[in-house]
Design a protein around this ligand. Structure first.
Ligand SMILES: CC(C)(COP(=O)(O)OP(=O)(O)OC[C@H]1O[C@@H](n2cnc3c(N)ncnc32)[C@H](O)[C@@H]1OP(=O)(O)O)[C@@H](O)C(=O)NCCC(=O)NCCS
Length: 421
């Protein structure tokens, strides 16, 4: 069947251009019988592995049976699986139609079966690295988070998984990616270009902005250069000499500061730069992000990675996300779990559009109609009100140097912060 014929059978050809991508390659690799992830014994055991009880079994059994018997559904499911997990390049199944004509209210179940299909791939990868089974099992919980905390919220409680999060599961099957307690970590080169220095005697930490970064008036960075007003803000320079480094400091509350400082090499040591082994953090849904849970997870990570991947001991935990947007401290209040966590990290600005990351909150991509966005939770209401007041939204970045773990909980970067050397 061609992709046109498949989508015509499903009654919606609007995503044809995307579905067509790599169709022939994926069809060439399709197994002769049913793909494993559509077999009852496979999806059932994967579902248990991800922490689902038996409540989903009815929906999944109906969807799997329909997919085994309906060529268009079977091909679309395989193509989604291939695109997410097997395609040589990242190629997410964006904007694909849900097969409601065939599956009605169970339609979300098709991509959920695909998502569950990541379990054997994840287990194989983790076995190869000698990662303990209980860590693999904990990591696999993410499918349940995607279903219960996101898709169900947007679909009146029906199970499923959105294509965006589904596409993210690819990384779990290829990267050094695990969940340890409250957070997930991915060991790899630090993708951020800020440079971080520590004072050799006092231990004070200062981050400098990448050369050429243009800052807005408030020290944030716009993703789209067209968003800056003419002449607005300033552009950072970063210069290394034999004596040290001169650059534009970043306030650990998450903003660039105008003006340059000179950090003398005899006093300041570079402790984190682009490409250094780092743990990219991801935050699974689920709340209960208490300071104890955060600390416990960081401690676990600091012990786990050097043990299983001794060739590249990480120097820091880093992340860029809506979760590290500095205004959330006002929106949530200073004592909220997320605010306390932010205050224990070194926040830094990252290029951000005015709606970036808000999908995770409203399950809608921007621009958002603020009069119509869902406002069921205090977070949704807080962000909506913040935007209604005319503020511009932004995502944020953070790093935490693993050498500072003993000081986690004491706001180590804020406490020692001075904008001068
Ligand atoms: C936001 C978060 C970090 C806060 O954790 P926490 O401080 O322990 O607080 P809670 O979970 O109690 O959440 C506080 C409020 O925000 C709401 N909330 C939390 N996450 C939300 C989300 N993604 N969308 C909408 N509301 C959310 C909660 O429902 C709660 O609302 P209520 O006061 O009306 O009951 C956590 O809930 C979370 O992990 N969310 C999703 C993670 C995510 O998006 N990850 C992807 C990152 S790129």
């Amino acid at each position: 069947m061609t992709p046109e014929a498949v989508l015509t059978d499903l009654g919606d050809t609007s995503a044809l251009a995307n579905v067509r991508l790599h169709w022939d390659l994926s069809m060439a690799e399709m197994p002769a019988g049913d793909p494993d992830f559509l077999r009852d014994e496979v999806w059932r055991s994967c579902s248990r592995y991800c922490g689902f009880g038996d409540a989903l079994d009815g929906v999944l059994a109906r969807v799997a049976e329909a997919a085994r018997e309906t060529p268009a559904l079977r091909l679309l499911a395989w193509h989604a699986y291939w695109r997410v997990f097997l395609s040589p390049e990242t190629c997410p199944p964006n904007g694909w139609p849900e097969p409601e004509r065939h599956l009605g209210e169970d339609a979300g179940g098709l991509l959920l079966l695909v998502a569950l299909g990541f379990v054997p791939l994840l287990r194989a990868k983790h076995r190869e690295w000698g990662i303990p089974e209980e860590v693999t099992r904990e990591t696999a919980q993410q499918v349940r988070c995607y279903c219960d905390d996101a898709y169900r919220r947007g679909h009146a409680g029906r199970p499923g998984v959105y294509p965006g999060p589904l596409a993210w599961l690819r990384h779990y099957t290829r990267e050094k990616y695990v969940r340890l307690g409250r957070f997930e970590y991915w060991l790899g080169p630090n993708p951020h270009r800020i440079e971080v220095f520590r004072h050799r005697r006092s231990g004070r930490v200062m981050a400098l902005a990448p050369d050429g970064t243009r800052f807005a008036r408030d020290g944030s960075i716009y993703r789209d250069p067209g968003d800056y007003a003419p002449g607005e803000g300033w552009t950072a320079t970063l210069q290394h000499t034999t004596d040290g480094v001169a650059g534009c400091p970043i306030d650990p509350r998450g903003a660039g500061t105008p003006g340059n400082v000179l950090l003398a090499a005899r006093d300041w040591e570079c402790v984190l730069k682009h490409g250094d082994p780092s743990l990219m953090m991801h935050i699974p849904s689920g709340g209960r992000m208490t300071p104890e849970a955060c600390r416990e997870s960081l401690l676990q990570a600091a012990g786990f990675f050097p043990r299983f991947f001794p060739q590249s001991p990480p120097r820091a935990v880093v992340c860029a996300s809506w979760i590290f947007s500095p205004p959330l401290q006002d929106i949530f209040g200073g004592q909220a779990n997320l605010s306390v966590f932010q205050k224990n990290l070194y926040l830094f600005p990252v290029p951000s559009g005015p709606w970036d990351g808000l999908w995770f909150v409203f399950l809608q991509n921007g621009p958002l109609d603020l009069e119509r966005v869902p406002c069921e939770t205090s977070l949704q209401r807080g962000i909506r009100d913040y935007l209604r007041q005319g503020h511009r939204w932004r995502c944020g970045g953070m790093f935490f140097l693993l050498d500072d773990l003993p000081r986690f909980g004491t706001e180590p970067y804020l406490k020692d912060w001075l904008p001068t050397p």
